[in-house]
Design a protein. Structure first.
Length: 287
């Protein structure tokens, strides 16, 4: 069975992008169900799939994250990877779906898990916000804080890969990707058509809608938002990106990985061997 890719709530499991996309595993209510029940669930998943990659956002409740670490420790398993990229929740959901796409390919578990770090560089994620007064994920100046109190003000924010913040006005724009992408939009408690204009400016291949993740208002500091994520959707492009990167073997658990850290055991490569420094010449007393 292919490596399983899991999320911690149903709204983070986006519909399949193509026929090959693997179904998403939803680990529901981990912090509310009995420990024995959730332990049996993760044990079954690892036995069925061999390896499990759990993708969750920085806004995932800490009680859920603690339960994940507890379960991993109780199972004493290096076959469960916990990945929390610094992306907004909609971006995390998109990344999880990209990993589900790649799970159908001939990638080893270590390469698939570490591909998440690589693919985050190709995700452009942000939102239109009705207020930035409680936004702490992107630098906000005093002027923008003050303008948040002006009725009707809206702000365009890019959180990744490069923080950007502009007040929406004629001519306002955000720097976008220099390659072809698709855009996903999730609407909260805000009415705005600005993102449609941004999509046209970025020349996206298409624009789709999705439900707003429940974690998004926590991440952005307001429920008055429209979240967006521009991403690569073609499986062949994703596969080429991942397989073009040099692979190495984790010196601790032995998995093939890409990048400088194994997502399963968190080991980093040992320091490169350096020849010993030349010893000082001993002073010798003439005979």
């Amino acid at each position: 069975m292919p490596t399983a890719v899991a999320v911690t709530s149903a709204d983070m499991a986006l519909p399949a992008q193509d026929d090959r996309t693997m179904p998403g595993v939803v680990l529901r209510d981990l912090d509310q169900r009995p420990l024995e029940q959730t332990l049996a669930e993760l044990h079954t998943l690892t036995e069925q799939h061999g390896y499990l990659v759990v993708v969750c956002s920085q806004a995932t409740p800490e009680s859920v994250v603690r339960r994940l670490h507890t379960l991993r420790s109780l199972l004493e398993s290096d076959r469960i990877a916990l990945f929390r990229p610094e992306l907004p929740p909609l971006g995390v959901a998109v990344l999880a779906r990209q990993l589900r796409q790649l799970a159908s390919c001939d990638l080893s578990p270590g390469v698939l898990a570490s591909a998440g770090r690589l693919l985050t560089h190709y995700i452009h994620a942000g939102a239109v916000l009705g207020s930035v007064a409680r936004l702490d994920r992107v630098p906000v100046g005093l002027r923008e804080h003050a303008k948040s109190w002006v009725p009707g003000s809206q702000f365009a924010v890019a959180a990744h890969p490069e923080p950007q913040l502009v007040r929406i006005a004629p001519g306002a724009t955000l720097k976008g990707p220099e390659f072809g992408t698709w855009m996903l939009v999730a609407k909260g408690q805000l009415q705005s058509d600005w993102i449609a204009g941004l999509a046209a400016e970025w020349n996206v291949h298409g624009l789709h809608e999705a439900p707003l993740p429940a974690e998004s208002p926590v991440w952005w500091g307001t429920g008055r938002l429209v979240e967006y994520c521009s991403h690569l959707a073609d499986l062949s492009v994703l596969y080429q990106l991942v397989t073009s990167v040099r692979q190495s073997r984790c010196h601790w658990c032995g998995l093939d990985v890409i990048g400088d850290r194994c997502v399963f055991c968190s080991a980093t490569p040992p320091p490169a061997h350096q020849p010993p420094a030349p010893r000082a010449l001993e002073q010798r007393t003439p005979a």
